[in-house]
Design a binder for this molecule. Structure first.
Ligand code: 13P
Ligand code: SF4
Length: 349
């Protein structure tokens, strides 16, 4: 049986975090992590932790860690009574969509996402009226009511595969403008953005000169990285390998050496012999990678980090388990429709 005593948690955390977290803080966090792990067992709960969680949390309490796709798969499979989702609300909602009989908790009440907030269910209904019969692919970074209007979901880890699986000439791809452009570049499609419903009399768009119809949503973190940032870092460290998330602009992705989901970037660092990487994504993930790969140097631009992911702390995770808060609910009629699009994605990927 794994040793879950406070001493063993402290030992493990010290090994991974000593290089960048002060020892007294590791001790305080190890005690919190011990309380969380005891309560987790007592309440038959599972903790899912996104790759962006802060290092002390990431390396102590999650039973399963990963990107959005891996965590959605884990949520679909778990046999525990409670899922505590250390990630943002749309991720916890996806867990509830897949496991309605479980109590799903998210430790921070707001934990939003600029992409999820960029589009409403009504926006999607209007687009479907404008482009009747065109399948709608929606990024997982959306709320349940938007997923309910969608034919199939995707994540950054499988977006290209999902688009290619549809075998359609034209698709609607929502809401991330940059992810859409990166997928369009990889699949050879070209992309347009709807302006106004044309005056054809029936509200339908009859101009068929498009292959992907996009939306102007953006991640407030990834949109800030620039090609100039990459050039400046390459100038200072000529041997640096540049990794970007596909929520970055197409120019940034094109100027990078590798682009992929959070888990794919982690794997890439582990498996690539280079000594130094520039990570263009939420900066906590750089600490998490260094903790497991102390021989690698991760250059990070930490002035751009996700305030929503940062809301999830060990203190609030403990409170979530103590008080059963904050409960994630999805109305059943919406859940059933959203489930269809999430399950279609899981079947393809
Ligand atoms: P991943 O699916 O790559 O983990 O991305 C989630 C996310 O919100 C990135 O900003
Ligand atoms: Fe949303 Fe961007 Fe934060 Fe990811 S990093 S949760 S896409 S705001």
């Amino acid at each position: 049986m794994t040793d879950i005593s406070v001493d063993s948690i402290l030992h493990d955390m010290k090994q991974k975090l000593s290089g960048f977290v002060p020892e007294f803080e590791i001790k305080y966090k190890a005690e919190l992590a011990y309380e969380i792990n005891m309560l987790k067992m007592e309440k038959n709960a599972v903790i899912l932790g996104h790759n962006y969680m802060e290092p002390a949390l990431f390396h102590s309490v999650p039973d399963i860690k990963g990107d959005s796709l891996e965590l959605a798969r884990a949520a679909a499979k778990t046999d525990k009574d409670i899922i505590v989702f250390c990630g943002v609300r749309f991720m916890a909602e996806t867990a509830k969509i897949l496991s309605p009989e479980k109590l799903v908790l998210v430790p921070a009440e707001r934990a939003g996402c600029s992409l999820a907030e960029s589009i409403t269910a009504e926006d999607v209904r209007n687009l479907k009226k404008q482009y009747p019969g065109v399948p709608v692919v929606t990024y997982i970074n959306t709320y349940a009511d938007v997923k309910a209007e969608t034919d199939i979901c995707c994540t950054s880890g499988n977006a290209v595969k999902i688009v290619e699986s549809l075998k359609e000439d034209t698709i609607i791809f929502l809401p991330d403008e940059y992810l859409a452009a990166n997928v369009a570049a990889e699949t050879g499609k070209h992309i347009i953005y709807p302006t106004k419903v044309p005056k054809s009399g029936n509200g339908k768009n009859t101009n068929l000169d498009y292959q992907m119809i996009g939306w102007h949503g953006k991640c407030e973190v990834h949109e800030k990285f620039t090609v100039e940032d990459i050039e400046a870092v390459r100038k200072q460290f000529p041997d640096v390998v540049v990794l970007s998330h596909p929520e970055c602009s197409p120019d940034v992705v094109a100027a990078s050496d590798f682009s992929g989901s959070t888990s794919r970037m982690i794997k890439y660092v582990k498996e690539t012999g280079a000594p130094r990487f520039l990570l263009l994504t939420e900066c906590s993930m750089g600490d998490n990678i260094v903790a497991e790969n102390p021989d690698k140097e991760l250059v990070r631009l930490c002035s751009h980090s996700c305030p929503h992911m940062k809301e999830i702390t060990l203190e609030d995770t403990l409170k979530a388990l103590q008080l059963n808060q904050y409960v994630v609910e999805v109305p059943e009629d919406i859940r059933i429709r959203a489930l269809a699009s999430v399950e279609r994605m899981l079947a393809v990927a």
